[in-house]
Design a protein around this ligand. Structure first.
Ligand code: ADE
Length: 323
């Protein structure tokens, strides 16, 4: 099998500078262009290290994936999905940006934005639960990032507070697109001569569908029809809003099977004191029929988000102090 970005890790291009002198310009970054530092995170197929670009001194988070392990576990497709997805989502402040990819004989390297505030889950655990103001702010940023993904034909499929990172301004950056589903990009011009090879759209109908996601945030349609749609991310969004306000996800049981039972039976409760506007929003998101869940436009106009300035302003706002 092939890695998508096979080829020379570092290429040089001959160019003429302003004085007409022939110069060599490096067109691709490689391992040697970075100084690697401490470990930022570890996953089942990857390690994320802090790294500094030797030339610019800019810091990045570099996700290093072990090729042997990925081949053994048959995950090549997923690492390519992650790369294709990130390449499609560049330039949204709420999504971890992919700057470079390269490889050596043992590993694949994804050079990403550093999110120095760590996971939203970690912050939530530290303070227990968020007040309404913090939930409104973080909920709005997460929703704005979801809207961007959906507009570009990406369903995340594993949204949860561990996959929401925080940058140095305490603004969110969504990460981990390894289980995303890529729909044909609505913005890309279609080439009628090209057979579309979009993972998820074409292949998933024939392949045995396997569970992707995390039990507590998985949507009922994935459990019953084995099919995720854009509204599945909004189910997870409803779970996250509930969790920010209470400190725990709405559907949680001793094991995955029992959690799934609670989800398909819509078995959850609001603790006393849960803010009424948030309750109304969550009740309109945690709806079994995905076609009847609130749309992104309706969520933005919901009274829970009253006062939120959607669009660029949301990313220029100072994050509320966590309390
Ligand atoms: N852990 C995983 N990805 C990360 C990132 N982009 N920044 C900081 N920590 C991370």
């Amino acid at each position: 099998e092939e890695w998508k970005d096979r080829g020379a890790a570092v290429g040089m291009k001959e160019e003429y500078d302003a004085n007409g002198k022939l110069v060599l310009r490096q067109v691709k970054k490689g391992v040697r262009d970075f100084v690697f530092g401490r470990t930022l995170g570890e996953g089942s197929y990857s390690t994320v290290l802090l790294a500094t670009d030797r030339q610019t001194l800019k810091e990045y988070a570099v996700k290093i994936l072990d090729k042997k392990h990925i081949i053994k576990e048959k995950k090549i497709k997923y690492v390519n999905i992650e790369k294709d997805t990130l390449n499609r989502l560049i330039e949204h402040p709420g999504i971890v940006r992919l700057y470079y990819t390269f490889q050596d004989s043992s590993s694949l390297y994804y050079v990403l934005d550093v999110a120095s505030g760590g996971e939203l889950l970690g912050v939530l655990k530290k303070i227990g639960s968020f007040d309404e103001e913090c939930t409104r702010f973080y909920g709005a940023q997460i929703l704005d990032a979801i809207e961007h993904m959906h507009n570009r034909g990406v369903i995340h499929r594993d949204l949860k507070p561990e996959n929401v990172l925080l940058d140095d301004q305490m603004h969110i950056k969504i990460t981990d697109f390894g289980t995303a589903k890529l729909l044909p990009d609505p913005r890309a011009p279609r080439d009628p001569t090209k057979a579309y090879d979009i993972t998820g759209a074409e292949e998933e109908s024939t392949r045995a569908k396997s569970f992707v996601g995390t039990a507590e945030y998985v949507s009922p349609e994935l459990l019953t029809d084995k099919n995720a749609c854009k509204a599945s991310d909004l189910w997870a969004f409803g779970c996250i809003i509930y969790q920010l306000l209470t400190g725990r996800p709405p559907f949680k049981a001793g094991n995955e099977y029992q959690t799934f039972q609670k989800i398909v039976n819509l078995e959850y409760e609001f603790p006393p004191g849960f803010p009424p506007a948030a309750r109304d929003l969550v009740e309109r998101l945690l709806v079994l029929d995905p076609s009847r869940r609130l749309s992104i436009e309706h969520i933005k106009n919901h009274e829970f988000f009253d006062g939120i300035q959607w669009g660029r302003g949301l990313w220029r706002m100072k994050a509320p102090r966590l309390k």
